[in-house]
Design a protein around this ligand. Structure first.
Ligand SMILES: CC(C)(COP(=O)(O)OP(=O)(O)OC[C@H]1O[C@@H](n2cnc3c(N)ncnc32)[C@H](O)[C@@H]1OP(=O)(O)O)[C@@H](O)C(=O)NCCC(=O)NCCS
Length: 153
């Protein structure tokens, strides 16, 4: 393995913004409801992902040895009372690094972290025509449970 995984810290803010914006831009190709702007990515990083990382929840970055980020995973736990439910906002691997196990390693590390903090459920979604996204969720045992409906106004 020529890369490693680390939990995100405040020093990684710009890296997280870049990775999450790239993910949003990718998802916007499938879904008119996705707001893929730098401002949106910054909001999610500052208000959701960095606070979650600070609580030990899985917001992780994969890096090459020299430092460039090659992927990230965004799986914070919801703030609601009751059982801890993690929300899979997505996994992103930069195009040149796909199909080399980076996404699977990020997910394995994130699952370990979720189990370690006592989370009981992971909820995520993949667009029906995002085949890599769908297959990668199925590949570690996630079960399809619903169809999302939308109406463009
Ligand atoms: C989805 C994504 C994160 C997968 O990352 P990755 O590092 O390429 O995935 P891995 O190499 O670890 O593959 C893990 C498993 O996912 C599935 N998978 C990944 N890419 C796939 C593809 N192009 N076609 C079919 N299955 C795929 C396979 O089951 C694979 O296991 P295998 O290699 O043993 O067959 C990556 O394609 C990506 O960043 N896509 C753009 C963002 C995105 O759509 N994220 C998911 C939102 S739900």
């Amino acid at each position: 393995m020529t890369w490693s995984l680390q939990p995100a810290t405040t020093e990684d803010r710009q890296t997280l913004v870049d990775l999450y914006l790239a993910l949003l831009m990718h998802l916007a190709e499938f879904d008119a409801a996705v707001t893929a702007t730098d401002a949106a990515a910054q909001w999610w990083v500052d208000h959701v992902f960095l606070p979650a990382a600070g609580r030990g929840e899985p917001v992780l970055i994969a890096r090459e040895p020299a430092g460039p980020a090659i992927g990230g995973i965004f799986w914070p736990v919801g703030p609601q009372p009751g059982p801890k439910i993690a929300f899979g906002y997505g996994t992103y691997v930069v195009p040149g690094w796909r199909r080399k196990g980076v996404g699977a390693a990020l997910r394995e590390a994130a699952l370990l972290r979720l189990k370690g903090i006592g989370a009981s459920l992971l909820v995520g979604c993949a667009h029906l025509n995002n085949e890599p996204g769908r297959q990668s969720l199925l590949s570690f045992g996630m079960m399809p449970a619903a169809t999302l409906y939308y109406l463009k106004l």
